[in-house]
Design a protein around this ligand. Structure first.
Ligand code: SF4
Ligand code: SF4
Length: 283
């Protein structure tokens, strides 16, 4: 079986304080951390037991997970497993990075996001340079807020040329033609992220070859359709993985619409689909 799993455990805290985010500066109790650790360990044990499969794992936490040693250790453990083809995570890149040396580095990748209100460009770029030096694959992203336009341009100029900078559309903002042009020059795929794709009744790989899993093992086709389709820890979970059509009206988030076959984005991203790195340097 070949499966991509978007894992989102109970963790819901962050060391940053982005003002639009519910996890900003949220701290968890000791018991909540224990709960997250137990859920993570159960997931790791499950992956470890799936020696006949090919599994890609993408951690999409509520908050920041890589500042926690248990997630760093999870990368080390998962990347060493022959059945694991990729381990990726969404991160604000604030954690230390020496732990990556314990990983099978060719299998790990980071989806990093720069938050200009929470860290300086210099500090973020220093982390990016460290990832380059440590030979870890990563993408860098920003939200295309109009007030960050100059910062985004400066970031692109200073990032190593081979690093892809993606820009997420701030969908409440109607971009001017000039802004569209400017952002599309930096990220040629930016226009794709400005749309809401009609998806009701359309084919999607979510629920078949890619699933969302929470800390209890509850499987959903994606993060955007809340109806469970099964539980990863049930013996017959594979029976839940079938071809499905989307039941939402639209799909507008990259981690969702990349799995719609009609958009052919698997051809654009290839093996970098989880960490959002296009197969060819198109920027
Ligand atoms: S870094 Fe991410 S998780 Fe943390 S507060 Fe900002 S948006 Fe939220
Ligand atoms: S199109 Fe989007 S919302 Fe619909 S199933 Fe796929 S990922 Fe989920």
């Amino acid at each position: 079986m070949k499966l991509s799993i978007l894992y989102r455990g109970p963790l819901s805290s962050c060391n940053y304080g982005c003002d639009y985010c519910p996890f900003a500066k949220h701290r968890e109790t000791y018991e909540e951390h224990q709960h997250d650790q137990q859920a993570l360990e159960r997931f790791l044990d499950w992956v470890t037991g799936r020696s006949e499969d090919q599994i890609g794992i993408f951690f999409t936490p509520w908050g920041e997970a890589l500042i926690r040693k248990r997630y760093q250790d999870a990368f080390v453990r998962l990347s060493a497993l022959p059945q694991v083809t990729k381990v990726a995570i969404q991160t604000n890149l604030s954690s230390r990075l020496d732990w990556v040396e314990r990983c099978t580095k060719e299998k790990i990748a980071l989806w990093t996001t720069y938050h200009p209100s929470q860290t300086s460009r210099e500090r973020f770029l220093a982390k990016c340079r460290e990832l380059v030096a440590r030979e870890v694959r990563f993408s860098v992203g920003v939200v295309g807020l109009p007030e960050h336009m100059e910062e985004i341009k400066a970031l692109r100029q200073e990032l190593p040329e081979q690093v892809y900078l993606w820009i997420n559309a701030y969908k409440r903002h109607p971009y001017t033609a000039n802004e569209m042009d400017c952002l599309s020059k930096i990220d040629p795929l930016f226009p794709l992220n400005t749309r809401h794709y009609p998806s009701l009744g359309h084919a999607c790989h979510a629920g078949e070859s890619v699933i969302s899993v929470d800390g209890d093992g509850t499987m959903r086709r994606c993060h955007f359709i809340k109806t469970p389709i099964g539980n990863l820890y049930d013996a017959n979970f594979e029976q839940c993985l079938t071809e499905r059509i989307c039941t939402n009206t639209t799909c507008h988030c990259h981690i969702g619409y990349v799995h719609m076959p009609e958009l052919h984005l698997d051809e654009v991203f290839g093996d970098g689909i989880l960490e959002r790195i296009p197969a060819q340097q198109i920027w």
